[in-house]
Design a protein around this ligand. Structure first.
Ligand code: NAP
Length: 311
C-alpha cells in the first residue's frame, strides 16, 4: 500500500486568485472616484501583530488603497487608545479599521470595539456587527474565519462536493473561542448546518481536548500553541485547517520562522486535507481584510458592492 498523502490546501494560490479579482474591483471603484482606505491600530511590539501589520500594509499599497497605521506604545492609556479609534472613525480617507491584537491589559478590546464605527468595523467585532453575524445576516464576515471557510468551500468544490450541502450535519470542531476567530467561526459553521463543537482552554485542562478533536470531520484550530494537536488526536480522513501562528527561533541561524498549532507531519499522515503554516490561512486572511475594506468603501459611497466571496 502506498503512503498516504494529504492534499495541501494552498492558501497562497487561492489568495493570488482573489487578489486579481480584488484589483479589478478597486479599479472600478477608482473609476467612480472612490478610494478604499485601511487603518490599523497596533499597540506595543508583539511580533506576529507587527508581521501582520507589515503584510496588510504591503497589500493595501499593491492594491492602491489608502493606508494608515496608528502605532501606540505598549503602556498607552485607555483614553488615548479610544481617542485614536475616534479619530479614525472620523477620517474620511479610511473605510475599514483593524484593531490588531494582543492589546495590553489597560486597553480591554471590548472598550475599543464598543466605540468603533460599525460601518468601518470590517472585522465584525462591534456588538452590532457581531450580532448580525451571529444571526446569519452579516454586514462583514471577519477575515480569518472567512478565510477558513473560503478555503474549505474551495477545497470541497475541487473534490466534487457542493459546499451548499457538504457541511450538513458533519462534525465541525473548533479549538479556540476568541471574539475574532473562534466564535465567528462557530456562527459560520452553524450557518452551514454543521454540528459545531467549540473547544477551548478549559476543555484541554479537563483532559478532554482529544475526545472532541477525534470526532471532527472538519477541524479548525486557532489557539497559538505550537503542535497542540497531534496525529493521534485526529481521525483518519479529517479536513484540518490551521490558524495558529507561532514564531520559532532557529538556534543555529537566529532566524524566526512560523509554525502552526497542528503538528503538521503527524496530522497530515492521517488527514484527507490540511492547510499549512505558512502559506495557508495567513495569506487568505490578508486578502479578505482588503476585500472587506473595498466592500466598506463601496457601501459608504452607496455603490454596488462586491458580493461576499463566500456562501
Ligand atoms: P486568543 O485570543 O489568544 O485565543 C486563543 C484561544 O485558544 C482561546 O479561546 C483559548 O481558550 C484557547 N486556548 C488556549 N490554550 C488552549 C489549549 N491548551 N487548548 C485549547 N484551547 C486553548 O487568540 P486568537 O486571536 O484567536 O488567535 C489564535 C491563533 O491564531 C494565534 O496563534 C494567532 O496568532 C493566530 N491567528 C492567525 C491568523 C491568520 O491570519 N493566520 C489570524 C488571527 C489569529 P480560553 O478562551 O478558554 O482562554
Amino acid at each position: 500500500m502506498g503512503e498516504h498523502v494529504a492534499t495541501r490546501i494552498d492558501g497562497n494560490a487561492m489568495a493570488a486568485e482573489l487578489h486579481a479579482r480584488l484589483a479589478d474591483e478597486v479599479r472600478e471603484l477608482r473609476a467612480a472616484g472612490v478610494r478604499p482606505g485601511l487603518a490599523t491600530v497596533l499597540v506595543g511590539e508583539d511580533y506576529p501583530a507587527q508581521a501582520y501589520e507589515r503584510r496588510v500594509r504591503r497589500l493595501a499599497e499593491e492594491l492602491d488603497c489608502a493606508y494608515v497605521c496608528e502605532h501606540l506604545p505598549g503602556d498607552v492609556e485607555l483614553a488615548e487608545a479610544l481617542a485614536t479609534v475616534g479619530k479614525l472613525n472620523a477620517d474620511p480617507r479610511i473605510t475599514g479599521i483593524l484593531v490588531l491584537r494582543p492589546l495590553p491589559p489597560q486597553v480591554p478590546e471590548v472598550e475599543l470595539y464598543r466605540i468603533l464605527s460599525p460601518t468601518k468595523d470590517i472585522e465584525a467585532v462591534t456588538p452590532v456587527n457581531a450580532g448580525l453575524l451571529a444571526q446569519g445576516r452579516p454586514r462583514f464576515i471577519p477575515s480569518t474565519p472567512a478565510a477558513c471557510f473560503h478555503m474549505l468551500d474551495t477545497y470541497l468544490r475541487s473534490t466534487g462536493r457542493d459546499p451548499a450541502t457538504a457541511y450538513d450535519g458533519v462534525n465541525l470542531v473548533l479549538v479556540g473561542r476568541s471574539n475574532n476567530v473562534g466564535k465567528p467561526a462557530v456562527w459560520l459553521g452553524l450557518q452551514r448546518n454543521a454540528t459545531v463543537i467549540s473547544a477551548h482552554h478549559y476543555t484541554d485542562q479537563a483532559g478532554r481536548l482529544a475526545d472532541f478533536t477525534r470526532i471532527a470531520d472538519i477541524l479548525i484550530v486557532a489557539v497559538g500553541r505550537r503542535g497542540l494537536v497531534t496525529g493521534d488526536m485526529v481521525r483518519e480522513g479529517v479536513i484540518a485547517i490551521d490558524v495558529g501562528i507561532n514564531p520559532v527561533r532557529d538556534e543555529a541561524t537566529g532566524k524566526v520562522r512560523l509554525v502552526g498549532d497542528l503538528d503538521f507531519e503527524s496530522v497530515a499522515a492521517r488527514a484527507e486535507a490540511i492547510s499549512p503554516v505558512p502559506g495557508g490561512v495567513g495569506p487568505m486572511t490578508d486578502i479578505w481584510l482588503l476585500h472587506n475594506t473595498v466592500r466598506a468603501a463601496a457601501m459608504r459611497a452607496h455603490l454596488p458592492h462586491p458580493p461576499e466571496m463566500t456562501l
